[in-house]
Design a protein around this ligand. Structure first.
Ligand SMILES: C[S@@+](CC[C@H](N)C(=O)[O-])C[C@H]1O[C@@H](n2cnc3c(N)ncnc32)[C@H](O)[C@@H]1O
Length: 358
């Protein structure tokens, strides 16, 4: 891999990308070294997949504070007022530039901008209730935002901003095709809110799905999936297996999954890191796919012991390594492991590993 740097004029001040001053080759070595340092079962060969140094994010979270739109500076003393960011896809960068033209009269708040696969623009304003009330009462800036064609969500409950009979109102959340997955290479819409969890961008997500699905059998009877979310892996799995059991806890994610679920997917809703996991059996499953939150599998590791083959996707090496120790005790060995570099220019990375019982 050539020594590639991402050209960013904020490299020395912005805290968003803590490894921006390191070439990609060094970032790759450091990520591999970190994974090896925490993971006892790391195989001799670790794969590394990258989509390049930047331009891959289709959603961005940032802050507004005292008229600045950006991320904390490296000393956390205030915000760097970002005029742009080379991590963003061209469509998101154009949206960010336009959004900067809306001057919100608030002292502090969080914003997410998202673009959909078809180029639709979404804004999630996570502001204090008092600021939301002021913006609704005044109306002007929110009306201008709506008039620009953006879809607007407000607050932790992701209420949808609408204008009805000349009045601004907050409706229940609306799920739309903000994201996509790839079923045997074909882009397929996924439904969620602007504020929902998705992978950070379409290009890196495609890379992640290709890596995961390269480890999954081409066809089979039953597969089970922990942390199904809005169906990012569920739909590709459903195209290969007669039956998919999908386990998920988040209410809005479950709604999105319900929206796209083919007939061969059974959704199991609830906290499967807790006691609900105990007693599940995967002995008859051809394969198990787990994509847990940072905390790892917790009690879901118990039924994993009944499976023969497991694919583990993780964004947090420490909990992954602890779960891997347990898998080792259950008789699993590592078949293949790859770092999928979803977060270039930062210390974060995604791990995709397959385990099998001999
Ligand atoms: C890293 S995300 C992965 C989502 C999805 N696989 C994707 O690629 O977009 C982890 C998922 O695990 C779900 N989750 C978190 N805690 C859970 C629990 N206790 N039981 C079931 N699912 C849980 C989250 O809601 C989230 O959808």
């Amino acid at each position: 891999m050539p020594d590639v740097f991402l050209n960013c004029s904020y490299a020395s001040v912005c805290s968003g990308c803590d490894w921006l001053l390191k070439p990609l080759t060094e970032q790759r070595s450091l990520k591999m070294a970190h994974l090896r340092s925490v993971w006892r079962q790391a195989p001799d060969h670790l794969g590394f997949a990258t989509a390049g140094p930047g331009s891959s994010r289709d959603r961005i979270d940032f802050m507004i504070a005292d008229g600045r739109y950006g991320l904390f500076d490296r000393f956390k003393t205030g915000l760097v007022d970002l005029q742009g960011c080379p991590q963003l896809s061209p469509a998101l960068e154009a949206f960010f530039q336009d959004f900067r033209g809306f001057k919100f009269p608030i002292s502090r708040g969080s914003v997410r901008l998202r673009v959909s696969p078809t180029g639709k623009r979404g804004v999630w304003l996570d502001f204090a209730n008092i600021d939301v009330k002021t913006l609704l009462d005044d109306g002007q800036i929110l009306r201008e935002l709506l008039a620009s064609g953006a879809i607007v969500e407000i607050g932790q409950r992701r209420k949808r901003l609408v204008e009805r009979e000349g009045r601004l109102k907050l409706d229940d959340p609306v799920l739309e095709p903000w994201f996509e997955t790839y079923v045997e290479g074909v882009a397929t819409p996924l439904y969620c809110t602007i504020g929902s969890f998705t992978q950070p961008g379409f290009r890196v997500n495609r890379m992640l799905i290709e890596e995961v699905m390269s480890l999954v059998p081409m066809r089979g009877g039953r597969v089970a999936e922990f942390g199904a979310g809005i169906g990012n892996f569920t739909l590709p799995l459903a195209a290969r297996f007669a039956a998919v059991d999908a386990y998920e806890v988040d209410t809005l994610a479950l709604e999105g999954l319900e929206h796209v679920k083919p007939a061969n997917v059974t959704i199991h809703s609830g906290n499967y890191q807790g006691d609900k996991a105990l007693g599940l059996q995967f002995a008859d499953a051809d394969c198990l796919l787990v994509d847990p939150p940072r905390s790892g599998l917790m009690k879901f590791i118990e039924p994993v012991a009944t499976a023969q083959k497991l694919i583990y996707v993780s964004c947090f090496a420490e909990s992954f390594a602890a779960d891997s120790d347990r898998l080792h005790d259950f008789g699993f060995r590592v078949e293949k492991a790859t770092i999928v570099d979803q977060f270039p220019q930062s210390r974060h990375y995604e791990i995709v590993a397959s385990f099998i019982k001999d």
